[in-house]
Write a protein that binds this ligand. Structure first.
Ligand code: CA
Length: 401
């Protein structure tokens, strides 16, 4: 699905031995590094800033919301206005448009900190039932605040990077072992990129929270369930989670998602006042997980869910994160947690789909799966429904090896 003029997600790519910054448009990329070098960028905030010579988006993002809006408007002008230097001169256009298929996408950000939330009620309920039984499925705190843990940013990789099967300590029928995980799972998530920092000691008010978000991407929080199960109490996830997290290469600007805002579903009990905002919203983004073994010709769909399956809003997650005075920095990522809905077709990880590994599913090749095998490919994708057409997130792909 091509990227529209109303989307214009940012990414970083290698062209030859050089690293450039660009925006996806159609099946191509508008090379902003070249546009700037050739004098086509006409956005006051970017004058003499040299943000396009950096090998990540952090410097660009750090210029702030006014700069983001200027650049987005300038890019839309370059790509669509008959009087722009790219539309007036086909040679100019040919110089700065590159095919997405001809470049290698890179991790688009320097990610200082990564926090992973747990914001889908259906996911928390099912996982809680599987791990602790129905009576203790949702802890008392879950309905009062967006629960999260601090993840590991060093092992966040861009789509297409190999996913190495981790080893760890876990229980088996024959007792405790240290071995490669037998319960490797994916988690369908979205990530929100912090665009404006807050000072340490200064909490972000909920009505200001969305102004701190630059954009969104897909995020696969790979998980080793056997390792996770043995280690997670009392301090939470550690080696069962921190070996790899894959993100999609394109960062969809939060500005592109304005048309996809939908009212946040009522929350009972009401959150405490600092997490309430009368204009708070969720987003109408349709997510999908596709799976393919190395024997399959075509992938199958494992999950279809929607951003509205998340109980907590992006603003509530960000507000809660900063509410103790914790400082968020440009390029930090907040993961939503597994985006699962109530339907059995909307389960965003194998832990739910196979009911804790007890219900294998069959593949068209006659193979079956409980958890991921070497050679399996998991592809996340997403499309938001905007008033001016679909906002596509691209793909987040990982192959197990
Ligand atoms: Ca997760």
């Amino acid at each position: 699905m091509p990227f529209s003029i109303h989307n214009l997600p940012y990414g970083v790519f290698n062209i030859g031995k050089q690293t450039h910054i660009g925006v996806a448009f159609g099946n191509d990329i508008l090379d902003l590094t070249l546009c700037d070098a050739l004098g086509f960028i006409d956005a006051p905030s970017f004058k003499n800033q040299w943000v396009f010579t950096h090998n990540n988006l952090n410097r660009l993002i750090s210029l702030g919301a006014t700069a983001w809006a200027e650049l987005r408007s300038n890019i839309q002008f370059l790509l669509s206005d008959a009087q722009s230097p790219l539309q007036l001169d086909a040679e100019n256009k040919a110089k700065v448009m590159v095919s997405q298929g001809s470049v290698q996408m890179k991790l688009p950000l320097h990610i200082g900190d990564y926090t992973d939330f747990y914001a889908a009620k259906a996911h928390a309920q099912r996982v809680g039932e599987l791990f602790r039984g129905a009576a203790a499925a949702l802890n008392e705190n879950w309905l009062q605040m967006p629960i999260a843990y601090h993840g590991r940013s060093s092992s966040i990789v861009v789509s297409g990077s190999p996913v190495y099967r981790p080893q760890g300590i876990y229980q088996t029928e024959n007792g405790l072992v240290f071995d490669k995980t037998k319960a490797l799972d994916f988690e369908l998530e979205a990530g929100f990129i912090i665009g404006a920092p807050n000072k340490r000691g200064q909490a972000i008010a909920i009505q200001d929270a969305n102004g701190h978000i630059f954009g969104a991407c897909l995020l696969n929080d790979w998980s080793a369930r056997d390792i996770q199960r043995f280690e997670y109490q009392p301090l939470g996830p550690f080696l069962g989670k921190n070996f790899c997290t894959t993100i999609s290469p394109w960062i969809v600007p939060f500005a592109a998602l304005v048309d996809c805002q939908v009212p946040l579903s009522p929350q009972h009990p009401s959150p405490l006042p600092h997490l309430q905002w009368q204009d708070d919203f969720s987003l109408d983004i349709a997510y999908e997980v596709q799976f393919k073994s190395d024997k399959m010709q075509m992938p199958i769909t494992l999950c279809k869910s929607n951003h509205q399956d998340l109980y907590w809003s992006p603003a509530q997650m960000l507000t809660h994160h900063s509410s103790n005075g914790c400082n968020l920095k440009v390029g930090d990522i907040l993961g939503t947690g597994t985006i699962s809905g109530a339907a059995t077709t909307a389960q965003g990880c194998l832990l739910e789909i196979t009911q804790n590994g007890t219900q294998p599913f069959m593949l068209p090749t006659g193979e079956s799966r409980i958890y991921l095998e070497d050679g399996d490919t998991v592809t996340l994708s997403a499309t938001a429904k905007g008033k001016h057409g679909d906002i596509y997130f691209g793909e987040c792909v990982g192959v197990i090896c």
